[in-house]
Design a protein around this ligand. Structure first.
Ligand code: ADP
Length: 250
């Protein structure tokens, strides 16, 4: 077993763009049910790392495994998504002209395993699954509202809900609270704390207060120049002299 019990296992991953190393020997292990925060200054390689995990970018060298033994360096993007990795980009991408309910329904039916039911009525079980997600993302009161009329924060939660409808094993979130109000940020922290344990999550975020709230006593990974500069609890990495230098020195 090459994954050592981790859901995600990157070892010595390098990505070169014309000789420039966006990732330079990156190694990372994320445990099942873990919520891992990834921080680091602009250009550290956070986006490139997410691109490697989702198959958008092929590593120049190194290994990347998901779950029991899925080699992420050999699969197409669509195969990786179908294997249970859901990614949310920074900007919300919901179907604006459809209701909240329809968005969740469409996301569920986009799942290959239930696709034959696209034009059939929802089963009781499917309706329950939508109800559960609505409660989790706290959009019950907006269920019949067009998604285009939601606030920025509500759209972000809806998109997280759409990912959840596909029952991902690993969720990748890119700056989930960018542009949110304080109240929306607080609710997002609550949502992610609820998801912790049920799903494995990798969250890239710049908002340090938010990272502190969702990291709890869990591990935070600091990327710098394409590899791991420091890893530990938020308190540990914030006290790390190299981390301080990287953040203050830019
Ligand atoms: P972050 O998300 O942490 O800001 P990125 O992963 O976007 O960092 O980028 C890491 C480095 O790699 C940056 O210096 C960026 O300019 C460079 N880079 C990213 N993608 C490409 C590309 N397609 N071609 C050339 N350089 C790239």
């Amino acid at each position: 077993d090459t994954t050592h019990g981790a859901i995600l296992y990157l070892d010595d991953v390098t990505v070169s763009f014309d000789g420039f190393k966006a990732l330079n020997g990156l190694s990372l292990d994320v445990g099942v049910g873990e919520l891992r925060c990834i921080i680091g200054p602009n250009g550290a390689g956070k986006t490139t790392m997410m691109d490697v995990i989702t198959g958008k970018t092929r590593p120049t060298s190194g290994t990347a495994f998901f779950g029991q033994n899925i080699d992420l360096t050999r699969l197409a993007e669509s195969e990786i998504a179908a294997s249970g990795i859901g990614r949310k980009f920074q900007r919300p991408t919901v179907f604006e002209a459809h209701t909240v309910f329809e968005n969740l329904e469409l996301a569920m039916k986009a799942d290959k395993r239930v696709r034959p039911t696209l034009f059939s009525r929802l089963t009781g079980e499917q309706a329950d699954a939508i109800g559960e997600t609505l409660a989790l993302i706290r959009l019950e009161d907006a269920v019949w509202r067009e998604a285009g009329l939601l606030s920025h924060g509500q759209k972000q939660w809806l998109e997280i809900g759409m990912l959840l409808m596909q029952q991902p094993l690993l969720l990748l979130l890119d700056e989930p609270v960018a542009g949110m109000t304080d109240a929306e940020t607080e609710r997002t922290a609550e949502l992610l704390n609820t998801l912790r344990g049920r799903h494995s999550l990798v969250v890239v975020e710049h908002d340090m207060d938010f990272v502190t709230r969702i990291a709890g006593g869990g591990k935070v990974t600091v990327l710098h120049e394409g590899s791991v500069l420091a890893e530990g609890t938020m308190a540990q990495v914030q006290a790390d002299a190299r981390v301080i230098e990287v953040y203050l020195g830019r």
